[in-house]
Design a protein around this ligand. Structure first.
Ligand code: AMP
Ligand code: MG
Length: 394
């Protein structure tokens, strides 16, 4: 690690190494969180017909009068009679506007009279939803690269799509290295810990759209490390290894990756926490060697692995960013950009960023409740409270 690169340069190299995955048809009820691989054009108009926006009476616009009620139109059940002068059709919200009618008067503004209904003066077009008001026939409503959330799925359904062409989910293998890692449910032996990286990283990967092929713990031994990574490279599009990537005598990850033909694209980022981060590629398969410290692992996943998973699916690799003013002073790191876990709250000056507390790279509770990573540029001394910083949202 002779030369450390910036976060931006590391990300650029990650995205550059990505070859987009193929795509497949996905039933709409399985498509939440998937990335769209087609432009969705509507084959119909939405709404498909002129309809009522209110429960009331469909009529011909004009001065107040008493009207004979000759029929009813309900949602899904059009009226069979046309509205003529002197008549009205009782109508529910969403029911098709009967022939002849050009307005709807809400039921609250009417009164029942002996032979029908008394209505106030009404303007043409009142309380009518026009066909195609929301979506025109042929209109593109969703674009390739969009992450499908509830609104996107709702819009796709509203134009009648039962399935959507989506990017394949990246297959991700997560390997947590370390002789000290004790399986959950077993008592801790002297000097051992419960490993968190396997779970936190695979959850981050799944949230970024990945399908997990394996989550395994690997001892600090060269052969075991090479064997686990070899299998992972066979089955996955992205291999994420945590720990064992530094320069100690028991760190075997980088050697194993190189032995297996994974070509190094960077080693070492000017970042805290997360300096000892390794990234490489073998053909289309990507491999990350992330630091073992739990906060470093999650931060480097967010900054480098998450963009790769997005780009593999054809989505934008850029996480949303905002700016916020610091709630309190922050000591800057002299040489490295610092990713400070912050909560965001609103104030009169706009968004305020407040540290989640102790920021040690081994203190995973600093990730709890974090809305984002404030990215603090290196420099001397402190940033004062009230200074504006850039925040990558989590
Ligand atoms: P390493 O990068 O392997 O040198 O590990 C750095 C630190 O992270 C050590 O204190 C490890 O015990 C710790 N560590 C490594 N893997 C995990 C894990 N899966 N969960 C929690 N801590 C870990
Ligand atoms: Mg280790």
């Amino acid at each position: 690690m002779t030369y450390l690169i910036s976060i931006a340069e590391a990300r650029r190299r990650v995205v550059e190494a990505v070859t987009r995955l193929g795509d497949e048809d996905v039933a709409i009820d399985r498509a939440l969180g998937r990335v769209l691989a087609e432009n969705v054009a509507s084959p119909i108009e939405v709404p498909p017909f002129d309809s009522s926006g209110m429960d009331g009476y469909a009529l011909i616009a004009g001065p107040g009068s008493e009207l004979e009620v000759i029929d009813e139109a309900r949602a899904g059940h059009p009226a069979s009679e046309a509205v003529r002068a002197g008549t009205a059709v009782r109508i529910s919200t969403g029911a098709p506007l009967p022939e002849g009618a050009d307005a709807v008067v809400p039921v609250e503004r009417t009164a029942a009279v002996k032979r029908g209904v008394r209505v106030p003066a009404t303007e043409a077009g009142a309380n009518i939803r026009r066909a195609a008001e929301d979506i025109g026939s042929g209109e593109v409503v969703l674009r390739a690269g969009t992450v499908l959330g509830p609104a996107e799925l709702g819009v796709a359904a509203s134009v009648g799509r039962a399935s959507l062409r989506c990017a394949l989910r990246p297959r991700v293998a997560v390997l947590a290295t370390g002789d000290e890692l004790t399986p959950l449910g077993e008592p801790l032996a002297a000097g051992t810990i419960y490993g968190s990286n396997g779970f936190a990283l695979s959850a981050q990967a799944e949230r970024a759209g990945a399908a997990l092929t394996r989550r395994a713990t690997v001892p600090d031994a060269p052969d075991a490390t090479r064997e686990a990574i070899r299998e992972a490279l066979e089955e996955a599009d992205v291999v994420i290894v945590s720990g064992g990537v530094s320069v100690g005598p028991h760190d075997h990850v980088k050697d194993a990756l190189r032995d297996l033909g994974v070509e190094e694209r960077f080693w070492g980022v000017r970042l805290r926490p997360g300096k000892p981060t390794w990234f490489g590629a073998r053909d289309g398969t990507l491999a990350f060697g992330l630091p073992g410290n739990p906060v470093s692992a999650m931060v480097t996943f967010q900054l480098f692995a998450r963009p790769a998973l997005a780009a593999l699916q054809g989505a934008s690799p850029d996480a949303p960013r905002t700016t916020a003013v610091l709630a309190h002073p922050l000591t800057r790191n002299e040489r490295r950009e610092e990713a400070v876990r912050v909560r965001l709250r609103h104030s009169d000056e706009g968004l305020v960023a407040e540290s989640t507390g102790q920021q040690g790279s081994h203190m995973l509770t600093s990730m709890l409740g974090a809305d984002g990573l404030a990215l603090i540029q290196p420099g001397d001394g402190s940033l004062e409270a009230g200074e504006r910083v850039e925040v990558e949202l989590l």
